[in-house]
Design a protein around this ligand. Structure first.
Ligand SMILES: C[S@@+](CC[C@H](N)C(=O)[O-])C[C@H]1O[C@@H](n2cnc3c(N)ncnc32)[C@H](O)[C@@H]1O
Length: 341
């Protein structure tokens, strides 16, 4: 995987118009046809999309401006876009999510900045991430949960390598990934460490989807799913590494601190605790393109690692370290060790 995947993908979401034109080009089959190597004239493309020629030409003009296609004879894909298409799942997931939640930023911008409960009551993004529909496994809940789990799985597919490259898993045998979703993070950890087994702890419908996901991979046989509610129960014991990836920001500070307390209690002596999260968005520094919209809707929720560092120190953890990395925005990796008894 190239090291700058997010840059390669996000450039096609530079503006809302370029992103919407690209989403349309995927939806009407243009990208598949052009990726197959065809060079096509505007008329053939408008027929393929069943679009009036003027509309098809407008989309082609937008795609030309954003360097998705170029015209030489007919239209063909620009070589750099072909490279970005190797991350097609990420590109399509980002387009889908940005276009879904852009109205939240358009319509509720003031609430996003000044009144989080009002933003949460109206924003579409919280209609998508409905954890309350994950407790009971019904066909309806599975379908609704699958929509966001496939998005988080795709993000994790590309985010996890940055964390795992910095985590030496040698000597670890058993991982617990709390809020581990489809198991993608645990799966990548297991793929890189042949004697590692993992437990993914999440809500019932999510675990069900996770079992389906990891079954597609050889290392899936080393991953089991444990259903549970972080708020109510002890975390399962017997693990020498416990991770929280993109989980703690969902929760108010007192909950996040309590979850860390449970994890430290459950962790084997000498084991390690890992937190991998987005940091706060610095609006004066971030590239505020349309590609940032999927992160902007979580603006009030992302926090810097201070709370976690203080909590872990208060819980008696040692070797506490934090490392920053730049993916589509700044992420941090906190690691800490539980003293061996
Ligand atoms: C933002 S997602 C992050 C998922 C995954 N770790 C990732 O990075 O893609 C938060 C996860 O926490 C899980 N979760 C939410 N509430 C929970 C609860 N009360 N107990 C256990 N897991 C919960 C969700 O189902 C979801 O998988």
């Amino acid at each position: 995987m190239p090291s700058n995947v997010f840059e390669m993908v996000d450039r096609y979401l530079a503006t809302e118009l370029s992103a919407r034109a690209l989403a349309l080009a995927f939806a009407c089959g243009w990208i598949d046809r052009l990726a197959a190597g065809d060079r096509l004239h505007a008329q053939a493309l408008s027929e393929l999309a069943q679009m009036p020629q003027g509309g098809a030409q407008a989309v082609l003009d937008l795609l030309s401006a954003s360097r998705v296609v170029e015209k030489s004879g007919g239209y063909g894909l620009v070589p750099e876009f072909r490279q970005a298409l190797e991350m097609r799942d990420l590109l399509e997931a980002k387009l889908w999510f940005a276009n879904l939640v852009a109205p939240d930023v358009h319509e509720h911008f003031e609430a996003l900045l000044t009144d989080v409960p009002r933003f949460m009551a109206h924003a579409k993004v919280f209609e998508l991430f409905r954890y309350d529909r994950c407790f009971e496994v019904t066909p309806e809940h599975m379908e609704l949960t699958r929509r966001w789990v496939s998005y988080t799985t795709t993000l994790t597919r590309y985010e996890a390598p940055a964390a795992l490259a910095r985590l030496d898993l040698n000597g670890h045998h058993s991982m617990l990934d709390v809020g581990g979703n489809s198991g993608e993070f645990a799966r990548q950890a297991c793929a890189g460490q042949p004697d590692l087994i993992a437990t993914v702890y999440d809500l019932p419908a999510v675990c069900e989807l996770g079992r389906e996901h990891v079954a597609n991979f050889a290392e899936g046989s080393r991953i089991k799913f444990q259903v549970g509610d972080l708020r109510g129960q002890e975390l399962p014991s017997g693990h020498d590494i416990i991770s929280f990836k993109s989980v703690l920001h969902d929760w108010p500070e007192d909950y996040a601190a309590a979850f860390l307390g449970k994890a430290v209690a459950a962790l084997e002596p000498g084991g390690r605790l890992v937190i991998f999260e987005r940091g706060t968005i610095r609006l004066d520094e971030a590239p505020l393109t349309y590609a940032m919209v999927p992160n902007l809707v979580f603006l009030p929720f992302f926090r810097d690692p201070g709370l976690y560092l203080d909590t872990l120190a208060g819980l008696g953890m040692t070797d506490i370290a934090v490392e920053w990395m730049e993916l589509d925005m700044p992420f941090f990796l906190v690691t800490a060790r539980k003293p061996a008894q």
